[in-house]
Write a protein that binds this ligand. Sequence first.
Ligand SMILES: CCCC/C=C/CC(=O)SCCNC(=O)CCNC(=O)[C@H](O)C(C)(C)COP(=O)(O)OP(=O)(O)OC[C@H]1O[C@@H](n2cnc3c(N)ncnc32)[C@H](O)[C@@H]1OP(=O)(O)O
Length: 241
Amino acid sequence: MQRPPANTFNLEYLHEITNSLDEISKQKLKGVILTSAIPNIFSAGLDIKEFYKPDLQRLENFWSSVQDVFIKLLDLDFATAAAINGHAPAAGCVLSLSCEYRAMVNGNYKIGLNEAALGIITTPWIQAMMYQVIPMKHTETALTTAKLFDVDEALQIGLIDEIASNKEDAINRCKQYIRKFDKIPLHARALTKQRMRQTPIKILREQRDEDIRMFVDVVMNPSVQDNLKDYVEKLKNKKKK
Ligand SMILES: CCCC/C=C/CC(=O)SCCNC(=O)CCNC(=O)[C@H](O)C(C)(C)COP(=O)(O)OP(=O)(O)OC[C@H]1O[C@@H](n2cnc3c(N)ncnc32)[C@H](O)[C@@H]1OP(=O)(O)O
């Protein structure tokens, strides 16, 4: 990913990602590694500008495009791994959860689902992605407290699989993970993966409209907009301090 300054996902970037995923799906790849070209930030999540004082039509398109990206990512036949070389809050964390394996670079970085701090609710397919990786009990506490884990905590809880010393090491660990499947028949691997992930995939496929409605209703709530205003201000003021 290379969308400075923070690899946030806006509508256009989501379209770009969907197109790239369509393109790579046509190729006979062994695996894909997601990482960031931006030092210290894997992805800062969804672009808040998309849902602070939004245009309603664009907001619906935006969430539908989020759904497109994650249906595709969850369902990729080949192996997927994330070399998390920096902060990965919110959708940045979800992106890594869509992968089968996560190596995170050691550093003063945070990863987790902090949506509740913004007044946003994680929809059921995102919750399912989290509790398929870490235990339900931890998921509930993490989501309701908007917990962002440091790298050691993330390893301890199982949110990441390994700690890497730098980006290159993280990518090498991802490659090693992908090589595990060299001798496994592709269709068996792919079908097993799809069945393991059927909860979020099914919700995404069968409850799309409801999911969009839920997201839009939450975001358009005046108190959520007030919260977002404060959050955006805080982000802007960080530099002034
Ligand atoms: C798949 C669906 C998932 C479910 C829903 C998810 C909702 C979300 O994803 S909402 C977004 C939540 N993200 C966050 O709360 C992260 C906010 N950002 C940060 O905490 C920090 O930026 C960082 C820890 C990631 C990085 O800190 P650092 O000091 O290195 O950089 P900054 O100066 O803070 O940021 C650089 C630049 O980027 C802008 N920015 C950061 N995050 C966002 C964002 N999510 N949306 C829009 N813009 C963002 C930040 O304002 C800075 O901009 P300027 O350079 O113009 O000041």
